[in-house]
Design a protein around this ligand. Structure first.
Ligand SMILES: [Zn+2]
Length: 90
């Protein structure tokens, strides 16, 4: 094997490893669940057929309190507030 091939294998290998390491780090940096990372309010799930199909383990979200929008990891959802039950008709 020539020196050029060895150099290219090592160079491409480190390039791919850098991408894999960055992906893993950013995956765990994303918050889990449905809480906004800015104001800790409950976010709403936004339908994005392309992103949800491309990244099924993520949740595209929008915070109606502060306007933040982004992706969150799938996780436990916040329970529905009891005040919503007061709006039900008897
Ligand atoms: Zn927010």
């Amino acid at each position: 094997m020539s020196d050029t091939v060895i150099f290219l294998l090592i160079f491409v290998g480190f390039f791919v490893l850098r991408g894999v390491a960055a992906t893993v780090v950013f995956f765990f940096l994303l918050p889990e669940g449905d809480r906004c990372p800015n104001c800790d309010a409950v976010t709403l799930r936004v339908q994005s057929s392309f992103l949800n199909r491309l990244l099924p383990r993520f949740r595209t979200s929008w915070c109606y309190e502060c306007g933040w929008h982004g992706m969150l990891r799938q996780g436990p959802l916040s329970p529905v507030a009891p005040s919503h039950e007061l709006t039900k008709l008897p």
